[in-house]
Design a protein around this ligand. Structure first.
Ligand code: IMP
Length: 434
């Protein structure tokens, strides 16, 4: 079939950006299908680090078409800034960005969504979710409430004015109830003018993305669907309410881009060789000690979007088995293996015990998840992972055993191994776009 959905199998930050960058060599089109600029996909090419929040990571390859699909929420200010950065580097043409396409059905993140996001978090106090503060949740709420502004409305000035007035009325009632600053009439008029200008700037990119992808597939082109966040942050299947407001699972690539599910192709689950989480919520294998700090420092585990320190912990095969099942993962990409080199013995969580009983499945009840005791299997540590790999044999025996155990236990073939952050520092064992 030649298409692939690439999703995060943990709590996000698995290194999807660099895997998508690698796979983009073979794909013709790269599609983001959910989320917004809460994501931060880092790609390092020739020592230059690029963090993309909205534009698909495939844009760093000059001949690829990159699509922001209908399931996304788009902050026009952030998108324009990202496009200007890419234009300054000669990667797109701002006046006619033919290879950057924005779905006319995607919803717009409006300035008041960000203010409401922050005010809600403040009001939650100790019970906060730890959102990125980018307005993601409130934008999806307005979408579900059927008063959101879609991209095809953004390019019509009169529609912007109408929708923003209604939106601010609702936002002000929430802000007032939360004791936060409400919008004045002057601010509202400025907001409308600014959005109308932004709409005109983005107009050349706007199109029917489902139709574009269907035409491309009919011509035999290969599509790479780029997930954001991760399985355990999925609105329905993650650790609710400590989740994001969109669906991160592979199946959503269909809904969020307007493509039939039979056309999605293989499902590549990306996971880090250990675990991290940013924001609040249960994390059974978390390391709240020096070892956790060492992992954070060596792995550079600080949020690409907010700069917040990420929580770190051991690899969790119970959570990963759940991710394999609910995404239908067919292939694994394991990243950051090099970070574990020289780290000493490694623990891998192979079961959860609750009140003396071994659980068969990842619990949906977060109070249970908070109370489980991870059961660990110990692996001897390894050192000296080579900077580049031509075959698995070049890895130390301990690293090979670690990878083999993960793939066998999850019952999924290992297709990509990452041993460093840069382009080319990965070994591809199977062609997932075949
Ligand atoms: P929101 O998506 O900003 O509403 O944040 C909800 C939760 O998802 C918070 O715990 C965030 O830290 C987390 N989150 C959102 N986007 C990402 C991401 O790209 N990587 C990791 N965590 C994320």
């Amino acid at each position: 079939m030649g298409n692939v959905v690439c999703i995060g199998a943990q709590w996000g930050d698995e290194g999807k950006g660099r895997i998508v960058d690698k796979l983009s060599e073979q794909a013709d089109i790269v599609v983001r299908f959910h989320g917004g600029n809460n994501a931060g996909h880092t790609v390092i090419v020739d020592g230059i680090r690029t963090v993309l929040h909205l534009v698909p990571s495939g844009v760093l390859h000059k001949d690829k078409v990159c699509i922001i699909g209908s399931g996304c929420v788009v902050d026009p200010e952030v998108l324009i800034q990202e496009m200007e950065m890419l234009a300054a580097r000669g990667l797109i043409d701002m006046a006619s960005p033919a290879r950057l396409v924005l779905s006319d059905q995607a919803h717009v993140i409006l300035p008041f969504h960000k203010r409401v996001d922050k005010a809600r978090e403040t009001a939650r106090g100790a019970g906060k979710i730890g959102t990125t503060g980018r307005g993601i949740g409130p934008a999806y709420e307005d979408k579900a409430a059927r008063r959101g502004l879609r991209v095809h409305d953004l390019i019509h000035p009169a529609r912007v004015s109408e929708a923003v007035r209604t939106g601010v009325m609702y936002a002000n009632s929430v802000l007032e109830a939360l004791g936060a600053e409400v919008y004045t009439g002057g601010e509202l008029e400025q907001m409308i003018t600014r959005l109308q200008e932004q709409g005109q700037k983005l107009k050349p990119c706007v199109d029917d993305c489902g139709a574009r992808i269907a035409d491309a597939i009919a011509e035999g082109k290969r599509v790479l669907f780029e997930g954001a966040q991760g399985t355990l942050l999925d609105l329905d299947h993650g650790t609710y309410p400590y989740v994001t407001s969109s669906n991160c699972l592979a199946a959503h690539a269909s809904v969020g881009s307007g493509v039939g599910p039979h056309q999605l192709g293989r499902v590549l689950g990306v996971l880090k060789a250990y675990s991290t989480r940013v924001g609040e919520g249960p994390f059974p294998t978390e390391l709240n000690d020096d070892r956790g700090e060492a992992l954070r420092q060596k792995g550079g585990e600080f949020g690409a979007t907010t700069g917040r320190p990420r929580r770190t912990g051991w690899l969790d095969l119970v959570a990963l088995a759940y991710a394999v099942r609910i995404n239908g993962i067919t292939d694994l990409a394991i990243t950051k293996l090099d970070i574990l080199a020289g780290y000493g013995d490694l623990e891998v969580c192979v079961g959860y015990e609750l009140d003396g009983v071994m659980l068969r499945n990842f619990p949906h009840d977060i109070q249970q998840l908070q109370a489980v005791k991870p059961v660990y299997q110990t692996f001897p540590g390894f050192s000296d992972v080579p900077e580049r790999l031509d075959s698995l044999d070049q890895l130390p025996a301990g690293a090979q055993a670690y990878l083999r155990f993960i793939a066998e236990r999850l019952g999924v073939r290992l297709s990509i191994v990452g041993v460093g952050p840069g382009r080319g520092q990965e070994l591809v064992l199977n062609d997932v776009l075949a």
